[in-house]
Design a protein around this ligand. Structure first.
Ligand SMILES: Nc1ncnc2c1ncn2[C@@H]1O[C@H](COP(=O)(O)OP(=O)(O)O)[C@@H](O)[C@H]1O
Ligand SMILES: [Mg+2]
Length: 381
C-alpha cells in the first residue's frame, strides 16, 4: 500500500478536533463533512454555531487541562478557530497525548500577542509600521509624541474586530482612554498611524508536508475597525508579487502548518503588514464561492498533509459582505438567487455582531461588490 494511503487512514481513525464553536469552526466542520472527514467540536454550548452542524460535540472550556486532555485523546489531530487560547497548556497536552495541534501552539503563542507578533515580523524582515511597547499612560503619552502625534493603540492580547484598537489623533483623545492603560495587565503597543490608501488581505498556507499555497490578494473595507466587505481578485503588481514571495519564505522558515490570514496596508508608496492570524479568516470567506477550493477545505488539507493544489477562480470578480446585526430582533430575509448566503446560526442577534455573510460573483470585483451591497436590502438583520 502506498505510504500516503495508510497515513490518511490513520488520520481518519479518530475525528479531527476543533477547539471552539463559533462561525469559523462551523465552516471548517461543514467542509470536513463534505470531504468525508469526521469532526468533533469542543465548546461551551450545544447551541454554538459549530456544535449545531458537527456530528461530534463535547461540552467544555478551552483552557481547562482535564477537558483538553480528554478531548485531545479522543482526536487524531486538533485545530482551532481562535488564537486566544492558553498556548503553553495546549503545547504540554499535545506532547503528553501525542495528538498534534495545527497550527502549532508556539506559532499561536507568537501571534496571539501584538508585541511578539511585531517581533516575528521584524525577525523575518516583513515590513510593518513603527511601534513602541506601552505599559502605562505615561508611556502612552511619550509614544504618541515619538510617533508624531497620531498613533493607534492596540491591546497586546485579546483584541479582535476593532475591540482593543484605539485610533488616537491628539493628546486629549489619548486622555479619554487613560483608564484603559490602568486596567489592562498585558499592556499595549502604540503603532504609527498609517494613512493607508486601501486595506488588502491575503490567505496563505503551508501543509504538513511542506507544500505552500497563496490565495488571491483582495481589498478589504473596515468600518469602525470591523470588516464590512471584501472584493477581488486584485491585479498583481510587482509589489504584491514581491510580498507574496517574502510570505512564502516566512512560511517555509517557520515551518508553519495550516492556513494563515494576513492583513495589509497599501500606503500608495508600499505595503505594510498590519496583522497575522494563525487560522482561517474573515477576509478569506469569499473563497467559499469565488475559488474552486475554499480556505476551510485548504486548512483541513494542510493539517492532514494532503495536496493543496492551486487555487482557481470561479469568476473574474467576487465580493463578500458581512451581515452585521443591527438590533436584537430575530433576523429574517428573503433570499435572492444571485448571491450565496452563509448563515452562522447564532442564537442571539446584537448590533455589530457577525451573523453571516453573502458572496457574489461577477465579471469584475466592483460589479460583485455592487451586487452584494444591493442584496443587503433583502436582509433584516
Ligand atoms: N496603524 C494603523 N493606522 C491606521 N489604521 C489602523 C492601524 N492599525 C489598525 N488600523 C485600523 O483598525 C482596524 C483594526 O485593527 P487591527 O490591528 O486589524 O485589529 P483587529 O482586527 O484585531 O481588531 C484595521 O483594519 C484598520 O482599519
Ligand atoms: Mg484586523
Amino acid at each position: 500500500m502506498p505510504r500516503n494511503v495508510s497515513r490518511s487512514k490513520k488520520a481518519l481513525a479518530k475525528p479531527i478536533g476543533i477547539l471552539g464553536g463559533g462561525q469559523l469552526a462551523r465552516m471548517i466542520a461543514l467542509k470536513a463533512h463534505e470531504m468525508g472527514l469526521p469532526v468533533r467540536i469542543l465548546s461551551e454550548s450545544s447551541d454554538d454555531p459549530a456544535a449545531q452542524v458537527a456530528s461530534g460535540w463535547v461540552k467544555g472550556s478551552l483552557n481547562e487541562r482535564k477537558t483538553l486532555k480528554q478531548f485531545l485523546n479522543s482526536c487524531s489531530l486538533v485545530t482551532f478557530e481562535s488564537e486566544f487560547l492558553d498556548a503553553s497548556l495546549l503545547s504540554d497536552i499535545a506532547r503528553e497525548t501525542g495528538t498534534p495541534v495545527y497550527p502549532r501552539p508556539h506559532d499561536m503563542a507568537a501571534m496571539q500577542d501584538r508585541l511578539t507578533q511585531k517581533s516575528l515580523l521584524l525577525k523575518h524582515k516583513l515590513p510593518s509600521a513603527n511601534f513602541f511597547p506601552v505599559k502605562s499612560y505615561a508611556e502612552a503619552q511619550k509614544a504618541l509624541t515619538k510617533l508624531g502625534g497620531r498613533a493607534v493603540f492596540k491591546k497586546r492580547r485579546f483584541g479582535y474586530d476593532g475591540y482593543g484598537t484605539f485610533v488616537v489623533h491628539s493628546p486629549s483623545a489619548l486622555a479619554k482612554i487613560e483608564a484603559e492603560f490602568g486596567s489592562n495587565i498585558y499592556g499595549f503597543i502604540a503603532e504609527q498611524f498609517v494613512p493607508f490608501r486601501r486595506e488588502i488581505a491575503v490567505m496563505v498556507g503551508r501543509s504538513q508536508k511542506g507544500q505552500t499555497i497563496r490565495l488571491p490578494f483582495v481589498e478589504t473595507y473596515q468600518e469602525n475597525s470591523r470588516c464590512l466587505w471584501v472584493k477581488g481578485p486584485l491585479r498583481e503588481t510587482s509589489a504584491l508579487k514581491t510580498l507574496a514571495h517574502k510570505l512564502e519564505l516566512f512560511l517555509k522558515a517557520t515551518g508553519y502548518v495550516g492556513i494563515m490570514g494576513i492583513e495589509l496596508f497599501d500606503t500608495g508608496r508600499g505595503l505594510l503588514i498590519n496583522e497575522l492570524a494563525p487560522r482561517v479568516h474573515n477576509s478569506g470567506h469569499y473563497s467559499l464561492n469565488g475559488l474552486c477550493v475554499d480556505q476551510f477545505s485548504l486548512h483541513l488539507k494542510a493539517i492532514l498533509g494532503q495536496d493543496l493544489g492551486k487555487p482557481v477562480l470561479t469568476a473574474k470578480g467576487f465580493a463578500m459582505l458581512n451581515l452585521l446585526g443591527h438590533s436584537s430582533r430575530k433576523p429574517s430575509w428573503d433570499l435572492p438567487s444571485d448571491i450565496h448566503l452563509h448563515w452562522y446560526g447564532k442564537h442571539d442577534n446584537r448590533p455589530g455582531r457577525k451573523m453571516g455573510h453573502i458572496n457574489a460573483l461577477a465579471t469584475t470585483p466592483d460589479e460583485a461588490l455592487a451586487l452584494v451591497k444591493k442584496r443587503l436590502r433583502n436582509f433584516d438583520v
